[in-house]
Design a binder for this molecule. Sequence first.
Ligand code: PMP
Length: 409
Amino acid sequence: MSTSGLDVARVRADFPILHQEVRGRPLVYLDSAASGQKPQAVLDAITHFYAHDNANVHRGVHLLSERATEAFEGAREKVRRFLNAREAKEIVFVRGTTEAINLVAQTFGRKHVGPGDEVLITELEHHANIVPWQMLCEQQGARLKYVPVDAHGDLVLDGLEALLTPRTRILAVTHVSNALGTVVPVKELVRRAHAKGVPVLVDGAQAVTHFPVDVQALDCDFYAFSGHKLFGPMGIGVLYGKKELLEAMPPYQGGGDMILSVTMEKTVYNRIPHRFEAGTPDVAGAVGLGAAIDYLEALGREAIAAHDQALLAYAEGALGSVPGVRRLGHGQERSGVVSFVMQDIHPHDIGTILDREGVAIRTGHHCAQPLMKCFGVAATARASLALYNTREDVDALVRGLHKVREVFA
Ligand code: PMP
């Protein structure tokens, strides 16, 4: 039992993948920011769906289709509760954060962003929250602007009002930086953007895994996250959107399920959220995501948050004890990841040597090349923490880093 009240030994027992050796060493998985592992409950829910309920949704009159539809819509209700959205129709199932942001850029964006308009993002963003806006701006003749980041990894918010001009049509911002761990004060950003009439999209890919998120309290207009990072399946994700906004948005993709009626001349589009879910959805993915949410809620999201914070503090301290290690990201509030460089050793070499010790971390630009440029590095090594990680995992990382030093001595 950790000090947070989370019984991590019991949690670990729920994740079969963790109990294996890699390269002859016990696996130490410190790459959950890239993709989280799945508890047995999620694997069972997916298997159960395919073994008992599999059929297409919203279409058949037969019992299996009814059960599949119930499972799918039941998962939507679980996501609604998880984010504290007002209504289940505000939850759109997509492939992941990337697709959620592309959907908003190509529907809301194409409708509201015109020549000479501006889209505001930040220097902290993952490519998933940069490229769709660059594409939109190119298509529409609009301008992409960035809220700058300071040397600690915090956004510089002094100049925010000046960046929010009468031409700004949307602000898109990450909740937690995947590269530095900075927690962005999104509630404050939403308040300040709304004061200027600007809607806000929040990229929550790295936030929902670590602490409770309440979209009504944040008052954000859109919120996106990926199932696979939340210990659910790959290929499923969520776009939350305020009902009034979603209802006024044109469809994303055309096809089955997003229509009410089709004639040879014209289509009447379906209501939300189905208008944005063309074609057969990943029903098993949604069911698995629902199971992941049940799992996290049963453990207690506050307990998970406390564990993650305590372990992050431990990891930051432990890495600080390794000579030559320089941590990047000293933002006021941080979550989930420790990003670092080590003298002039290439991060890929660090990752490769650690891998031989059974320690899995991520190295590279973390799909945040503009941010790396701000910090004057091409890449970092990044260890990321989750509810099943322990101090022993961090100690194994530190031992591995001492090996790295020996190799390069
Ligand atoms: N935003 C952030 C902050 C992320 O960390 C990631 C995944 N690394 C994404 C967006 C993209 O998520 P996905 O690949 O699941 O669509």
